[in-house]
Design a protein around this ligand. Structure first.
Ligand code: GAR
Length: 319
């Protein structure tokens, strides 16, 4: 099954050569992301003109405007952006913006992090007498250049290198690294087999559970092999495009309606299963909250477990 593509925004401040590398890599058929927007804090950034020439939508925002971050957030939402790639975006991002897009912003930085955060990385590597430097793709968190490292590439420092000559070579390496690391990261998060395994690991860690398919879909039961009940079922269907989700039991139609109303991007009412209180949770998103999925599996387990098991666990307050 081919997964759908994540809607990617690329944020730039200048030349946009990493942006170009991301766009060109997205032309491969199996690329798991689709650049749907290029924007940034400089309306005259050269990269914007290139993005337009390549047929990618751009938004020219004024980074000096007071409401810049609000406008940026609005623009990203209007384009249904799911993931943001910073590519030479040279503004410090405020914490509240990062928390709104938590787990959905990646950056490329021209050093082997945690070495040389901030600017002046190439000169810093030369001054330190390092034999190698390189580039890092990492998740963005409030602390500057400090999020989880997703991938790195090393670049040798040659005798006679200047900060400029080094920057030029590191840039070539960046162009190879960024699309590959982003594709691996998103491809895994959207891969139905990987998602099923993640669900299965959590489902089977609950007491007296077993794997059994339900109408061909991976599913998990609780209770004895003869009288057990399903408490979790994978959902892999066409909705115009592939979608992968998990079905779990909620308390009833009212709760289901409330949850879908509150977060219609995450929850859905699955055909056939909805009337018997199975609610769908979409899992083919780049920012799946696996702790949340785990809590739902526990809830559904309790709902479906035979009375003797459920009682035991309620009393033991194990959950
Ligand atoms: C790249 O080298 C990128 O790693 C760096 O700016 C350059 C942008 O070039 N980013 C940072 O220093 C972020 N702290 P580009 O506009 O041609 O992609």
């Amino acid at each position: 099954m081919t997964a759908r593509r994540t809607r990617l925004a690329i944020l730039i401040s200048g030349r946009g050569s990493n942006m170009a590398a991301l766009i060109y890599a997205s032309r491969a058929e199996d690329c798991p992301y689709e650049p749907v927007l290029v924007t940034g804090n400089k309306p005259n950034a050269a990269g914007l003109a290139l993005a337009e020439a390549e047929g990618v939508t751009t938004a020219k925002l004024d980074g000096k405007a007071k409401d810049f971050w609000e406008k940026l957030d609005e623009t990203l939402r209007a384009h249904k952006v799911e993931m943001i790639a910073l590519a030479g975006f040279m503004r410090i991002i405020p914490d509240d913006f990062i928390s709104r897009w938590d787990g959905r912003i990646v950056n490329i930085h021209p050093s082997l992090l945690p070495k040389y955060k901030g600017v002046g990385t190439h000169q810093a590597a030369l001054d330190a007498g390092d034999a190698v430097t390189g580039a890092t793709v990492h998740m963005v968190i409030p602390e500057l250049d400090s999020g989880e490292v997703l991938g790195q590439v090393e670049v040798a420092i040659m005798p006679g290198d200047s900060a400029d000559s080094l920057a030029e070579r590191v840039l070539i390496a960046e162009h190879q690294l960024y699309p590959r690391v982003l594709s691996d990261y998103l491809g895994r998060a959207l891969d139905p087999d990987w998602i099923s395994e993640e669900v299965g690991r959590r489902a089977l860690a609950l007491p007296e559970t077993m794997y059994k398919t339900s109408h061909g879909a991976p599913a998990w039961r609780v209770g004895s092999p003869s009288s057990g009940k399903f408490f979790a079922i994978m959902w892999m269907r066409h909705h115009g495009e592939e979608s992968v989700g998990l079905l779990v039991k909620c308390s009833g139609q009212e709760e289901m309606a409330q949850l879908i109303e509150a977060d219609g991007d995450l929850y859905f009412r699955p055909q056939y299963y909805g009337p018997s209180n199975w609610i769908g949770i979409r899992l083919d998103r780049p920012d799946t909250d696996w702790d949340h999925v785990h809590q739902w599996l526990q809830r559904s387990w309790l709902e479906c477990a035979p009375a003797r098991l459920a009682k035991l666990h309620k009393v033991a307050a194990e959950f």
